[in-house]
Write a protein that binds this ligand. Structure first.
Ligand code: NAI
Length: 291
């Protein structure tokens, strides 16, 4: 039974996964190199929990219990007594491998070391470890506390025990598990690539504006968010990198070709909601408007 969880990276995903594990009763240590990211995630969690209390989905004791279950730490070493660690840092193989090999020096031999990567090879990440059989992909969706599905991805090195404990833990946290093979984009991110890619190409060909494309997909396609709204929600930097990784990993298959428009948006810092500006403007709190 997993009781002590370490989360690496307190950004969009790490903060959400910490909330999920803390709500399920685990004692969580949330680590980030940036103290401002830790402060932001603590403040955001307080806001989210206050809203849940207002809506009477939880009471103030439950709010306190969830908050008390999370410790915000700024050294990796403090994760040493974790039974499961989930990494949610920048989508870069070399950086992830470095963090994994350092982490392995601190934790016990039984600790499961998981990555929330959207598109990188779990086999490659696992190769950074002395004990690669303890490595696995545990891929949450954004926002982690609301999205039911979690993909669990064993690498070829992963032990059955690691897979079984991971699946059981994620189910205990109230999620639905889909086990997928270690291939680029796994299930959901592979199916989703053409959704973003074709929308960007339609815009680049001058067929329609961002908001017209989104409107069409929401009104006719029945999607809750249009592709541009969704890319702004995910973050254009993260979404672009995932597309690029999937494109490269499938030997430059044109089905997954990344878009220059999105690349320029990411380079300009028009990341979406998290930077206040993307395909839409988010400068007024809680409001999305066409730029
Ligand atoms: P983010 O940019 O919001 O947060 C990343 C955090 O990691 C930042 O706070 C940063 O300071 C921290 N960080 C960077 N390098 C670090 C290091 N070496 N040690 C400790 N902390 C470090 O990124 P986001 O969106 O949370 O993505 C994280 C991971 O989750 C990526 O692998 C991404 O592909 C994956 N993912 C993202 C989803 C999304 O919708 N944004 C959905 C599912 C997976």
């Amino acid at each position: 039974m997993i009781k002590k969880v370490g989360i690496i990276g307190a950004g969009t995903m790490g903060a959400g996964i910490a909330q999920v594990a803390a709500t399920a009763g685990c004692s969580v240590k949330l680590y980030d190199t940036k103290t401002e990211a830790l402060a932001k995630s603590e403040k955001d969690l307080n806001k989210i929990l206050n809203r849940l209390v207002e809506k009477e989905r939880i009471d103030s004791e439950e709010k306190q219990r969830i908050q008390d279950n999370i410790q915000y730490v700024n050294t990796l070493k403090e994760l040493k007594d974790s039974q499961l660690t989930i990494e949610a840092i920048v989508e870069n193989l070399e950086i992830k491998k470095n963090v994994f090999s350092t982490l392995e020096k601190f934790v016990s031999d039984e600790c499961i070391i998981a990555s929330n990567t959207s598109s990188l090879s779990i086999a490659s990440i696992a190769s950074a470890l002395e004990k690669p059989e303890r490595c696995i992909g545990i891929h949450f969706f954004n926002p982690a506390p609301l999205m039911k599905l979690v993909e669990v991805i064993p690498a070829i090195q992963t032990a059955d025990e690691t897979l079984n404990i991971s699946v059981k833990t994620i189910k205990d946290w109230g999620k639905t598990v889909a086990v997928a093979k270690d291939t680029p984009g796994f299930i959901v991110n592979r199916v989703a690539r053409p959704f973003y890619g074709e929308a960007l190409r339609i815009y680049e060909e001058g067929i329609a504006s961002f908001s017209e494309i989104d409107k069409a997909m929401k009104e006719i396609g029945g999607f809750r968010m249009g592709p541009f709204e969704l890319m702004d929600f995910i973050g254009n930097d993260v979404n672009y990198t995932v597309t690029e990784t999937v494109f490269n990993a499938f030997y430059f298959d044109p089905r997954y070709k990344p878009s220059f428009t999105q690349k320029r948006f990411a380079e300009a810092g028009y990341l979406g909601r998290k930077s206040g500006k993307g395909y839409y403007d988010y400068s007024e709190e809680g409001k999305m408007s066409v730029r």
